[in-house]
Design a protein around this ligand. Structure first.
Ligand code: ATP
Length: 235
């Protein structure tokens, strides 16, 4: 199956009467797309709206078909979110967390899906009995990504995967995102780590105060004035 292609037109979303995103239009082509922007810009809100965690307005097309609005249907459409802060079950083992990730996968298929995920995350195989809450931040983030991959998504969304991690773990997590994209799962990632995110991404968007203010191929965006002045500290 061809990698997923998401088209979003006039997206509106917010909290009660407070509209965070007013009219956001963008697309996520096969590969790795990153959304950058300052705190409070609406990046997490955008991912929540696309994953049915808050209501949305506007048009969201996945390979030309309107994306479902309820989270479990969105997962069935092939879209999975790794939320900010991972949201693992700390008192459960790595294996139990992965099994929960596959709650929508038919039971007969679950074990083979998990086995396939271990092939991509060999370090986790050695840790299947460890309680998730006792792992390092980077390891927990890896479990969260692995858990999402048990659903075999066609479009994976990652909300700040590098948050709070040591530089070496940041590199490892971003490399994992890149590998997932190269293996044919379209990836949409929100990141604060502008320089490193643009180094691994194909394309990027910059969101400020609920609106997109810049976009383009990652290499060009990294050299753009908006990025250099606002995010990379260049004059
Ligand atoms: P950060 O990088 O800090 O996570 P962000 O770009 O992801 O920022 P959002 O978390 O999407 O930004 O927040 C966008 C706006 O929505 C902010 O003004 C925030 O205060 C507001 N907001 C977020 N969550 C809620 C909520 N549950 N109820 C009301 N307002 C919210």
């Amino acid at each position: 199956m061809a990698p997923a292609h998401l088209k979003v037109r006039g997206l509106r979303a917010g909290y009660g009467p407070f509209l965070v995103l007013r009219d956001v239009t963008f697309e996520v082509k096969p590969g790795l797309t990153v959304i950058l922007g300052p705190n409070g810009a609406g990046k997490t809100t955008l991912l929540r709206a696309l994953n049915g965690l808050i209501p949305r307005g506007g048009e969201v097309l996945l390979d030309g078909e309107e994306l479902a609005e309820k989270t479990h249907e969105i997962v069935r459409n092939g879209v999975t979110l790794v939320p900010e802060g991972r949201q693992l079950f700390p008192q459960m083992t790595v294996m139990e967390n992965l099994e929960l990730g596959g709650w929508l996968v038919p039971k007969a298929e679950r074990a083979s899906r998990i086995e396939r995920v271990f092939a991509d995350f060999p370090k986790l195989r050695e840790r299947i009995t460890q309680l998730a809450g006792t792992m390092s931040g980077g390891e927990q983030q890896m479990v969260a990504v692995a858990r999402a991959m048990v659903c075999a998504p066609r479009l994976l969304m990652l909300d700040e995967p590098s948050l709070g991690l040591a530089p070496r773990m940041v590199d490892e997590l971003l490399a994992i995102a890149r590998r997932i994209a190269d293996a044919g799962t379209t990836v949409l990632m929100v990141e604060q780590n502008v320089k490193k995110a643009l180094a691994v991404a194909d394309r990027g968007y910059v969101l400020e105060r609920g609106a997109l203010v810049a976009s383009g191929p990652a290499k060009l965006l990294a050299r753009s004035t908006v990025i250099r002045e606002a995010y990379l500290g260049a004059a």
